[in-house]
Ligand binder design. Sequence first.
Ligand code: URP
Ligand code: ZN
Ligand code: ZN
Length: 480
Amino acid sequence: MASFDLIIRNGTVVTAVDSTACDIGITDGRIAALGTNLGTASREIDASNRLVLPGGVDSHCHIEQPRPDGSWNADDFESATTSAAFGGTTCVICFSPQFKGHGIAERAEDYHRRAKKAVIDYSFHIIITDPSPRVIEQELPPLVAAGHRSIKMFMTYDPSFLTDAEVLTVLAAARRNQAFVVVHAENHEAIKWMTKRLEAAGLTDAKYHAWAKPAVVEREAVQRVIALAELLDVPIQIFHVTCEEAAEEIRRAQGRGLKVFGETCPQYLAFTAGDLDRPGQEGSKFLCSPAPRSKADQEALWKHIRLGTLGCVSSDHAPYQFEGPKGKQAIARESPFSKIPNGVPGLETRMPYLLSEGVRKGRIDLHTFVAVTATNPAKLFGLHPRKGSIAVGMDADIGIWDPDLSRTVTNAELHHAVDHTPYEGMTLTGWPVTTLVRGTVVMDASSRHVAPGFGQFQPRETYPLMMPSGRFPTPFDPHG
Ligand code: URP
Ligand code: ZN
Ligand code: ZN
């Protein structure tokens, strides 16, 4: 009888700390052995000249998420998670939304139904846009207890943003229920004011999106939410940091010993505000929030990835069509920038972009790449030690990568359901050639090998990283 279900032989296994030439024995979906001369298996994969990496964990992606105006993301769970798998990602955390005046429990149930089409594993953040007593006291506790252990807050976007008082209410509820908090931090009133002025002055093209929300509005909100979280002693992650100013605020908070974590996304490393000014309506393909910044900010983001200030690089995959009557192009042609849907697709290109532009160009090392794309998000969101690395006992979520494979990105070859990619025409070197989830090959070469529904919900228990520190600015415990 074979010793294992599967052996991956002859590869270089890379984790956030080590690089080892060894084989991986997999049984019942888990890593059962690491070593050489592992014996026999029912199936073998030869990984000669390949990197064998932990499957990516993308802790920030918008999949089949309804918007308050009744529109939807372009992807459903099947297309989005297929696309993720072809980009080396094996687990996503996406968003169960709330609309003002409505609850969160029914939405989460509906979201679970939709997610049954996933082909890789998944978990949810619960978005709170209306922290009513019913939502906070009745609906939230059972949802967190069922493993939805993170809450997302918006400080901007009408009608999703929370006031400072509401932010405090959500932070306090998170601490009570032992949930982690993630934040979209931009100053809502400042953006609204600037948008009105710009549009009144006739400055309505996509490029003025970046003028309406410059780095200062991000830096201010990052500083403010850190202060509010410090007041109540609640660990937080700042989503999609775009600029040096915001990263420096996070760094200063970390220096004070606060549990403040930072995330950035490939689009902020790849594109600048100048891309919003591409001819015709092409600029709208790069429109996302916060806005793309400058080359200097890109260098600062790379630096803060190296320093660990920004410990996660997620996709913030938020796909909206370009073509069609409701697409970005038509809206950009007919309406001011503030009406263009915010967001860019990026599930499939996240890891290849970072390997190619980060590791191959010497900006980060391979271990940092593994840390920010898999290990750190798994740890920060309570998926570790099930996911996020390669060790005996962990889920066999693995990407086998050809580090020398060069491909020029074309949307036609990506697997998402949106009609464009901002990375069109970019040549990236280093792509996954096989992706396994729990020991099953989900994709290789150009084929997907599992049916919709193979992905499993990953409930998340409490874990040390998300626990408060027990320190308040005064002797008074505001939660007491
Ligand atoms: O522009 C973006 N980032 N759209 C997605 C929603 C969000 O703000 O994260
Ligand atoms: Zn956001
Ligand atoms: Zn987002």
